[in-house]
Structure formats: structure tokens, C-alpha cells
Design a protein around this ligand. Structure first.
Ligand code: ATP
Length: 253
């Protein structure tokens, strides 16, 4: 198991924001993290990345508590793209993506051919290789999101944590990004709001509600009309899509 968590709790004051979450991501597969606004998705991803320490419980990488792994070693194998990732305005695209190479460089080594190849490959994968000299402030929201993903890919991680990576993207780029994530063969945990996209592109799903994991399993097992009603507060009908074979949700008004 590459990344797993046991009974994770994270609290603010007396409120448990993440409340006893146990999970295991399958190596090389995409695990979709669903839940209404404020259900704790971002908080859980930050715990899994080691950015936040749990009040109790633990996060394990290959069975090893991440708190015993140094920051640099952790950054060499796990990358997080946060929902509202910010970047200094006066840097160029290539500078942002180059940051992904920091964990791989020693204080004495210069910029290597391998570093450049990793940056170029990452930019190519997200379709931004033609904009490496563009300044950050000149990019659209969707372009910035793709550059942040490229930064994470340049890190050459084995585990990739993505917090709503499609939220500024047009439909073509949403589909392209989710398809790309599936093709990377990295252990990926991705928070998504579009449940139909999650059903199409994720191997497994888990659903948070009020900080608790209320469902996990394959899309067919997890997505039900009762779950849509009880967790997401919408009436819906679910069918197996005749086009891609995954569950497809029709929302009712
Ligand atoms: N540092 C913090 N201090 C106080 N409350 C916080 C903090 N971080 C998160 N919360 C609260 O915890 C809850 C879960 O937040 P979180 O951002 O993890 O949810 P989310 O599922 O990612 O939401 P969304 O879908 O809206 O992005 C929210 O009620 C939020 O206000």
C-alpha cells in the first residue's frame, strides 16, 4: 500500500474537521475524494501530505509514518497541488515548474540536464511547453492550474495529491487533465466536485461528510441515489452510461 491513513483526526478548537478517517490508496490508481463544501477534503489532503499534523492517528507511506520521513525525502516522492496555490507575480512559467526540482538537488549541484528534461516533460504533459517564458501574471486561471500541476510532475512523485485541479478549466481541459492523471500511473488522490467526472475517471471513490468517511469503494458501489440525497442534498437518478459504462448521474430539479 503506498499511502494509507489510520483513524486520522484534525480539530480546530473543539470541532473535529477530519474525524477518524481510515483509508488506503491503491498503488498506481486514482482515488477520488468527494464531499460537499466544508466536508474536510482539503484538510484531509493537507494531513496526507504532511503539511498538517493530525491530533491523533497517522499517515503511512509504504507502512512508514510520514512524521518519521524528512521533509526533503517526502517531497521527492509526494506532491500536493493545493486548491488556491499562489505564486509570486513576477516569475515566469519555467521558474514555477523548476521549483519542483528543489527536493532532487543537492546544495552544491547546479541545474542538470535531468532537471531540465523533467521540467520540459512536465510542461509538455500539461500542454504548456509553448508558454515557458510567459510571466505568471499574464496567465489565465486555467493556465496557472496547469502550471501548478506541471510543477508537481517535475517533482517526479510517486504519490500525487490534487485539490480540485479542474475548477478553473474549460471542459476540454478538465477532460484532458483527468485523462492525463489516469495515464500517469501514480498513486493519486484527487478532490473533485464534479461527481460524474469522478465516476468516469477514478478507480475508487471515497466520500466525506462532516469530516467522516461515509462511503468508499468503486464508483458503482459508492454512488447511489440515497447517497446523493443524504450527503449532497440533491435528488438524482443514476444509470450506467451506455457510452462509457461508468455510473452517470442525472440531477433532478
Ligand atoms: N485553519 C482552519 N481554521 C478554522 N476552520 C477551518 C480551518 N481549515 C478548515 N476549517 C474548516 O473546516 C471545514 C472543512 O474545510 P475544508 O477546506 O477541509 O473543506 P472542503 O471539503 O475542502 O471544502 P470545499 O469543498 O468548500 O473546498 C470548513 O468548515 C472550514 O471552515
Amino acid at each position: 500500500m503506498s499511502i494509507s491513513a489510520e483513524n486520522l483526526v484534525w480539530s480546530v478548537g473543539k470541532t473535529n474537521i477530519v474525524n477518524g478517517v481510515t483509508l488506503a490508496a491503491q498503488p498506481g490508481k486514482v482515488l477520488g475524494l468527494l464531499g460537499p463544501n466544508g466536508s474536510g477534503k482539503s484538510s484531509l489532503l493537507r494531513l496526507l501530505s504532511g503539511l498538517r499534523r493530525p491530533a491523533s492517528g497517522r499517515v503511512l507511506l509504504e507502512g512508514r509514518n510520514i512524521q518519521s520521513i524528512g521533509r526533503r525525502a517526502l517531497a521527492r516522492r509526494m506532491a500536493l497541488v493545493e486548491q488556491h496555490a499562489t505564486t509570486e507575480a513576477n516569475v515566469r512559467v519555467r521558474d514555477v515548474v523548476s521549483l519542483g526540482r528543489i527536493p532532487h538537488r543537492s546544495p552544491f549541484s547546479g541545474w542538470t540536464v535531468q532537471d531540465q528534461a523533467a521540467v520540459d516533460a512536465a510542461l509538455d504533459r500539461v500542454g504548456m511547453l509553448d508558454r515557458t517564458d510567459r510571466y505568471w501574471h499574464s496567465l489565465s486561471g486555467g493556465e496557472r492550474q496547469r502550471v501548478h500541476l506541471a510543477r508537481a510532475l517535475a517533482q517526479a512523485p510517486r504519490e500525487l495529491l490534487l485539490d480540485e485541479p479542474t475548477n478553473h478549466l474549460d471542459i476540454q481541459h478538465q477532460m484532458a487533465l483527468l485523462k492525463l492523471v489516469g495515464e500517469l500511473s501514480l498513486t493519486t488522490i484527487v478532490a473533485l466536485h464534479d461527481i460524474n467526472h469522478a465516476a468516469m475517471f477514478c478507480d475508487q471513490l471515497m466520500v466525506l461528510d462532516g469530516g467522516k468517511l461515509v462511503a468508499q469503494g468503486g464508483p458503482e458501489e459508492v454512488l447511489s441515489e440515497a447517497l446523493m440525497r443524504e450527503v449532497f442534498c440533491v435528488e438524482a437518478r443514476i444509470e450506467s452510461s451506455p457510452h462509457h459504462g461508468r455510473p452517470h448521474i442525472h440531477y433532478l430539479v
